[in-house]
Ligand binder design. Structure first.
Ligand code: A2P
Length: 329
């Protein structure tokens, strides 16, 4: 079952509405998962240097392309400019490093991963202050960085460019100061964090929204634990009403959560490294949610941000960090 539904972006490019998210997966897991995903019919793969798995993904893509099992133009590959390189002069060398790891000539979408920037040491490790907080580079200039992102489209290294984790104000600032409009804002979005103001604004401005953590990103628990954070994370797939809707359609809660997102004309990138769940997450086109069910799901918003970067202590000091109100620790 291939992903047969696409969202047409503001530049005419078509993005498959379901992609595979690849955060929190080891090299070995991801090689198997991407292989299974391509077999299952996924063509949209979302990665980032921060996830540390571009080389592994590149090996799978190369195999599939060399064997003629898929055409490059049928793939939709998204990667991102990491927070350690969120500076104008780092845009081109950083995408070139990603392209080399992915073994591709171009990506379909290149996103500024976060609105903030951090410092690293020469060996690539993060710089920390005496309190153990990551050191932030407050000189971040989105407009200057965006001008370099635009050059990637002009030079053909990226078909489309966009942002991730940007607020409405940050998107608006780019829209007012660009030659090429951002085509995409990738944000956390699920029934418990609907960010309707931001989503409505982006939709009105023709900036497509990609929903990350569409299933509630249970895997984030290990990052929180490693950072010494105690967090009670909601289990979206265990919400009674979601389960009831799923039963009514003979589908799983995950499928209901994903269908609700794509019915809202958004793109979703559920992560899974499990063959059965990977297939399940793509098998969301053979049922329809009723208007009443959509309304129920849309009424669940609780403004609970699961990926609030609190595991990345220090970034809240950056002037472009906008998730402050979510910090409860
Ligand atoms: P796994 O990789 O073992 O399948 P998100 O995309 O919101 O970050 O959520 C990913 C988490 O949800 C992972 O822990 C993943 O585990 C799990 N997951 C992905 N798809 C499903 C599914 N269809 N049913 C249940 N859990 C799922």
């Amino acid at each position: 079952m291939a992903c047969t539904k696409f969202l047409t972006l503001n530049n005419g490019e078509k993005m498959p509405v379901i992609g595979i998210g690849t955060w929190q997966a080891s090299d070995e897991e991801i090689e198997t998962a991407v292989d299974l995903a391509l077999e299952a019919g996924y063509r949209h793969i979302d990665t980032a240097p921060v996830y540390g798995n571009e080389k592994a993904i590149g090996r799978v893509l190369k195999r599939w392309l060399d064997e003629g099992k898929v055409k490059r133009e049928d793939l939709y590959i998204v990667t991102k400019l990491p927070p350690i390189a969120n500076r104008p002069h780092e845009v081109e060398p950083t995408i070139r490093a990603s392209l080399s790891d992915l073994q591709l000539d171009y990506v379909d979408m290149y996103l500024i991963h976060t609105p903030f920037t951090v410092f690293i040491n020469e060996d690539g490790s993060f710089q920390f202050d005496a309190e153990g907080r990551v050191k932030v580079d407050k000189s971040t200039n989105h407009i200057a960085t965006w001008a370099e992102m635009e050059k990637l489209v002009e030079s053909g290294l990226a078909k489309s460019i966009g942002v991730s984790n940007f607020s409405k104000e940050q998107v608006a600032r780019l829209l007012n100061n660009c030659k090429i409009r951002p085509a995409n804002n990738q944000i956390e979005h699920h029934v418990y964090l609907q960010q309707r103001d931001l989503v409505d604004y982006c939709k009105a401005e023709n900036v497509a929204i990609t929903a990350y953590s569409p299933l509630g990103s249970k895997g984030i628990a290990k990052f929180n634990e490693a950072a010494g954070l105690v967090r009670e994370l909601p289990d979206l797939m265990d919400i009674e009403e979601v389960k009831e809707i799923a039963t009514a359609h003979g589908k799983t809660p995950a499928q209901v959560l994903l269908r609700w997102i794509i019915d809202n004309d958004l793109v979703a990138i559920p992560k899974s490294t499990n063959a059965v769940r990977l297939k399940q997450n793509l098998d969301v086109f053979d049922f329809e949610l009723s208007a009443e069910e959509v309304e129920k799901l849309s009424a669940m918003d609780k403004n609970i941000r699961i990926c609030d970067f609190s595991f990345f202590r220090g970034v809240e000091q950056h002037p472009e960090f906008t998730f402050k109100n979510q910090f409860t620790d």
